[in-house]
Write a protein that binds this ligand. Sequence first.
Ligand code: NI
Ligand code: MN
Length: 225
Amino acid sequence: MKISYYGHSFFKIKGKDHTILIDPFITGNPSASCSVDDFAPDAVLVTHGHGDHLGDAIPISKKTGSLIIAPYELAMYCQNQGANVHPMHIGGTFDFEFGRVKLTIAHHGSMTPDGKYAGNPCGFLLTIDNKTIYHAGDTGLFYDMKLIGEINKINIAMLPIGGNFTMDRFDAVRAVKFLNPGYVIPMHFDTFDLIKTDVQAFVKDINRETDSEPLYIEFNTSIDI
Ligand code: NI
Ligand code: MN
């Protein structure tokens, strides 16, 4: 599969037959050099209602018919705006045509850009083409990551490292020890001044302190894995 990173928490995962977006923050994302018209995914996974995660999910869904998968309250908000949705909630799993999605807890808030209640935020376990990807969403470190790592064989973990609103790079190293993924991709850093961090130091710490392999994907580039 090909994983493209557009900065912040926005990824495109292109599998054999399907394309999935996670947290498509395009408009207003200083890191992303792409436009809404570049995407026609099968599904858009949205971790929470904050503008830097809900992003352009609704316009993409309305334009292409792609399915927004989100926690129930946020999914209903998107549906009311004319999007095609599949609501889920924390702990729930569903087998879609493209693969399996499970919602995990995330310790954070959730509110839409226009101030509407958006339920609880979440993380995602996405299994596609026999690979399991854990996208933590926006969250602080939590000990249940150990359980997530025990129950699931995680091939790739996407973790926030920017601090202030989420885990910083030091807590993210601890998260990697709990999750024990094959690869770890840092996210949610350097988009704004408040979340600036030293990603190269994170990469070094992962190499030195964990059994996982760091995969630093530069903004607007892709890796094949
Ligand atoms: Ni947030
Ligand atoms: Mn955020």
